[in-house]
Design a protein around this ligand. Structure first.
Ligand SMILES: Nc1ncnc2c1ncn2[C@@H]1O[C@H](COP(=O)(O)OP(=O)(O)OP(=O)(O)O)[C@@H](O)[C@H]1O
Length: 266
């Protein structure tokens, strides 16, 4: 990875120090209080899945971690360091992201999408090498080299998602964010993508944070689960403890019940 200029930084994690830690993070928009003291930790190599109803602040939480939104109070620590320093840039260079809906560039071919960060680094990777890297990553997500020169419009939704995954792992990131990775996919393709995410995270030893409504994603991808409700982490625990947990909010959510402590708007 030394060839891809400023993308290629060594893993800065320290064993025993959370890669990501939120401490009492609060965020409001006008009068609307969205995060009201969110705290959790993600340890190196762990996969956290954040669940919660629509509008509970899952995306806002992710955007606060990424620095796209500034929280009003509380602390976000990256590798144990406050996120207000140049350390955030170092941290962010180690991350890859699968965006909701793929978010591919329509005017670029598949390989150019996958290699985008490699080609747009401060010291861009040479075109031939970047294309080879893209084809290798496409192969890893189950797409043959013949897809490299196609355009996103020529792909099915499931293939677009795979290309998005290949792009997310193109720089061999140490931290990966998945935003609603199965949204819009049929259940079989969703299962394929969930399995692929789990495999990639495990084989790369990456730290992962996933936002989803899809309980199959939760069960396939999570080591730990954080459920947001009313601006806070309502439940946090290991995936193997989720089904036996007694929290009524969690119980209602994971079983998709219309009745329970979470008010359903009809
Ligand atoms: N930039 C913004 N300005 C004003 N309000 C915002 C902004 N971003 C998010 N919100 C509000 O914050 C709340 C939480 O939004 P967020 O997108 O984090 O929810 P979510 O849990 O990801 O929901 P969903 O599952 O539906 O995607 C919503 O009420 C939303 O309208």
């Amino acid at each position: 990875m030394a060839d891809s200029g400023d993308i290629a930084l060594p893993d800065t994690s320290t064993p025993g120090v959370p890669r990501i830690e939120l401490r009492d993070v609060k965020k409001r928009f006008g009068h609307k209080r969205v995060l009201n003291g969110v705290s959790f930790k993600v340890m190196p190599g762990e996969s956290l899945v954040i669940i919660g109803g629509s509008g509970t602040g899952k995306s806002v939480t992710l955007k606060c971690i990424l620095g796209i939104i500034r929280c009003d109070s509380g602390q976000i620590l990256l590798d144990g360091q406050p996120d207000d320093s140049s350390d955030r840039r170092t941290f962010l260079k180690q991350f890859g992201m699968l965006f909701q809906g793929g978010a591919l560039f329509d005017s670029l071919s598949v390989w150019q999408n996958v290699a985008f960060r490699l080609r747009h680094a401060r010291r861009p990777m040479p075109r031939k090498e970047a294309r080879e890297r893209a084809i290798e990553k496409l192969r890893r997500v189950g797409l043959g080299p013949e897809t490299a020169d196609l355009y996103p419009a020529e792909l099915s939704g499931g293939m677009q998602k795979r290309v998005g995954l290949a792009r997310a792992i193109a720089t061999d990131p140490r931290i990966i964010f998945f935003d609603e990775p199965t949204a819009g996919l049929d259940p079989i393709m969703a299962g394929v993508i969930n399995d692929l995410i789990r495999e990639l995270v495990t084989e790369m030893g990456a730290t992962a944070v996933t936002i989803t409504h899809d309980m199959t994603t939760v069960r396939t991808v999570a080591d730990h689960v954080a459920m947001l409700h009313d601006g806070k982490v309502q439940w946090f625990g290991r995936i193997e403890d989720m089904d036996s947990a007694t929290d009524p909010y969690l119980d209602q959510f994971i079983h998709g019940r219309a009745t329970g402590p979470i008010a359903a708007i009809r």
